[in-house]
Ligand binder design. Structure first.
Ligand SMILES: Nc1ncnc2c1ncn2[C@@H]1O[C@H](COP(=O)(O)OP(=O)(O)OP(=O)(O)O)[C@@H](O)[C@H]1O
Ligand SMILES: [Mg+2]
Length: 327
């Protein structure tokens, strides 16, 4: 598959000016400005292929938005190189933005006081979108995103979910082949989230648009993305498939057993036992330490079992674990 984004060794260091205290400090600062430096992203390599839908996750402050801004040409990297759609996003910004879309959930890109439809017409002029393409996209997005009822209203009157849909449509009117979503589902209810996921899926699967999707909701990722990148404190710690993460990190497994009578369960090496109640226990273990077959065998041989379930590690749990404990 064709490579859409190739980022090599990108770093971003923010320079933050230190606030001096008092009048003297303030004057001194004018002559000898003091700075601290924040290493927001540190040596990240990324390759994104055409048609990929990539979830991009990490704890608050991990460097997701910074990365998205670099990849979309808003910021330049302090070090490293980015090639996207065969150009340098930052240096050939004008040419680049005509081919990409970017949605920032935290900040609307639409004019606050203009009716949505007017903003759309403005974008048509800015991007020089041919009338037939514009009308076709507008009709399609209005329908799929169900915008008919509020398209004449200005952004300031819209609910968050309506505003997000308008923002998404706005960023796609020029049919970009690559779209960045930075938390497009933030603050939305379950139904609104589902609508946005469906639209992103449609863009990716039906229109072949390459997607990079940042979110704190793992359901967003599981329902729209095939690939997953995790960053932690500015460093990439996972790059693979969404399902692959279970094998990569999620070695913790759980066996839940209902006994037919009360048992005193003896210790089992490498297995943590949780007592839910007198007859229900949970056995937590790692597949690499304890083969599940021998554990089940051991339990059946020594106790009276009524029922038993094995739970698969859940992506949400795995990710929470990584954020809390690191890799
Ligand atoms: N303009 C800036 N000036 C200085 N530091 C910044 C700036 N923008 C971001 N940072 C810092 O860089 C780090 C990464 O921030 P970034 O916004 O990329 O994180 P994020 O992964 O998007 O987090 P969140 O999930 O909270 O949106 C943070 O420590 C943040 O404080
Ligand atoms: Mg962010």
């Amino acid at each position: 598959m064709e490579t859409v984004i190739d980022a090599k060794g990108i770093k971003k260091v923010y320079k933050i000016s230190k606030r001096a205290k008092g009048l003297f400090g303030h004057i001194a600062n004018l002559f000898y400005p003091q700075y601290t430096y924040k290493h927001a992203i540190d040596n990240i390599n990324l390759t994104i292929k055409k048609g990929d839908a990539v979830g991009f996750i990490g704890a608050n402050g991990a460097g997701k938005s910074t990365t998205i801004k670099i990849l979309s040409g808003i910021l330049s990297p302090t070090e490293g190189s980015v090639t996207a759609l065969n150009v340098s996003p930052h240096k050939q910004r004008k040419q680049y933005v005509a081919q990409i879309g970017a949605v920032f959930g935290q900040k609307s890109q639409l004019a606050w006081d203009l009716p949505i439809i007017d903003s759309f017409h403005l974008l048509q002029k800015i991007y020089r979108i041919p009338e037939d393409k514009f009308q076709k996209n507008l009709a399609q997005f209005t329908k799929i995103l169900d915008m008919q009822s509020f398209i004449e209203q200005p952004v300031r009157q819209l609910s968050l979910g309506q505003r997000m849909r308008a923002d998404i449509a706005a960023s796609l009117l020029h049919s970009p082949e690559l779209v960045f979503f930075d938390e497009p589902t933030i603050g939305l209810d379950v139904v609104a989230k589902e609508r946005i996921r469906a639209f992103i899926r449609y863009m990716n699967k039906e229109l072949g648009v390459t997607i990079i999707f940042t979110t704190h909701d793992m359901q967003d990722i599981e329902k729209t993305c095939d690939k997953l990148i995790i960053i932690d404190k500015g460093k990439k710690i996972y790059d693979g498939t969404v399902n692959g993460i279970k094998n990569h990190f999620g070695s913790e497994r759980k066996l839940i057993v209902q006994f037919s009578e009360e048992h005193q369960i003896a210790e089992i090496p490498n297995v943590q036992i949780k007592h839910n109640n007198a007859i229900s226990k949970e056995f937590l273990f790692k597949s690499k330490d304890v083969p599940i077959k021998s554990l089940i065998q051991h339990i059946f041989e020594n106790y009276h079992v009524q029922d038993l379930t094995i739970s698969e590690p859940d992506i949400e749990e795995i990710v929470r674990d990584i954020y809390e404990k690191g890799v």
